[in-house]
Design a protein around this ligand. Sequence first.
Ligand code: FAD
Length: 453
Amino acid sequence: TTTVALFTGDLRLHDNPVLRSALNGADQVVPLFVLDSGVREAGFDAPNRLAFLADCLADLDASLCERGGRLVVRSGDVTEEVCRVAEESDAGSVHVAAGAGGYPRRREERLRRALEQDGLSLDVHETVVTAVEPGAVTPAGKDHFAVFTPYFRQWERVAQRDVLAAPRTVKVPRGIRSDALPSREAAGQVSPGLCRGGESEGRRLMRRWESSGMQDYAERHDDLPGDATSRLSPHLHFGCLSAVELVQRARKQGGEGADAFVRQLAWRDFHHQVLAARPHASQADYRTKGDRWRGDPDEIAAWREGRTGYPVIDAAMRQLSHEGWMHNRARLLAASFLTKTLYVDWRVGARHFLDLLVDGDVANNQLNWQWVAGTGTDTRPNRVLNPLAQAKRFDPQGDYVRRWVPELADVEGAAVHRPWRLPAEVRDRLDYPEPVVDLDDGLARFRAARGLD
Ligand code: FAD
């Protein structure tokens, strides 16, 4: 017998329940990835993610080759390509992971109908994306948690399945056509400092994180210049690493750092369970409606390009364009500045992030944006992060700013956060803009718009 294992958000061989069950009892399996035209049409194929994906597929193919198999890649409509491959390989069933969001669910339905018409079955396995399945824990009488802390209390108690070893051999039928693997070069305009993708790289980073980094995570995760977070988010997004495995390994290691890290992984699951229950929250306000957002195009452009005149915000935005990744504290500051200080619709910022972030993920991006904008699940929706106070706290010597804003590289110490206070002759020599908005004016505007006065 032959089966097809369709890779989606699980570009790995370790701890992959879909691949494991496709192999179970079958003589041969077709490990398939489809470059889905639906994803492209939805505008979700940002160059940084395409480049990372190219690395992931190359690595997956290499690992399968080591085990006697190979990866089959097709491009086009996912339903049509899966049916074609199933027919060509005379497969009896297709295995895929359950999707939590709107698009994966629709994909699953279409696949099921098309395969049934051909007399084949679709085996849908538990989600491979989160550590705890969306919907596995719920408050009494409701379909999802809107507040993190009670969610986390239940999440922590869920018994986890065993982590699965990578298969030793994978036998693939002969003669199944594969398109060429996509190349990193063909991805388009990629951020110059983009990280490398793939399961091998993800596992290397995971081991490095476990041996040095995780122990100090509780104290250092907000340290902007220290850059002391795991940077595993793109590997989690593409499924090069399994969230189930990460949680179990961290728990085994134990300690304050590991506990804090596991808590962040629970935040990731939290957003996935919100989106699974409320798919429209990817675009519509989760809580409030009808905000009268402003939209000054010059201010939006200054924010996107990192020339707002607030150094910590500009550093954050330039890190994003240079690396396709941003520190979590920087994301909070940049998002708060756009939505609360400039009072611009969160969807504008979320779109820009999705165009660049290598870990860009509908659940985590859209719902974190809503959280910061105060339209989402945050229990303190009107909190405004002051970029100067935050800079003082999380970049006290200004090193993060000097790293990303070269115009200010010669300004020493914390003075770099307030260039307008520098002596006139120093200020005049800097090719750096004046603030786009006065913070007090921004705050007054926000309070008036939200009816807080
Ligand atoms: P670590 O601090 O090492 O955390 C470990 C893991 O926990 C992360 O890899 C991530 O998977 C998860 N995690 C940490 N914080 C959060 C959080 N607040 N919400 C959800 N999961 C979290 N994360 C994404 O993966 N994709 C996105 O598109 C995304 N967009 C964001 C947009 C905004 C406006 C904000 C404020 C946050 C966003 N985040 C997003 C969450 C968070 O910023 C990143 O997950 C984190 O910075 C990734 O770096 P790390 O892997 O070093 O994180």
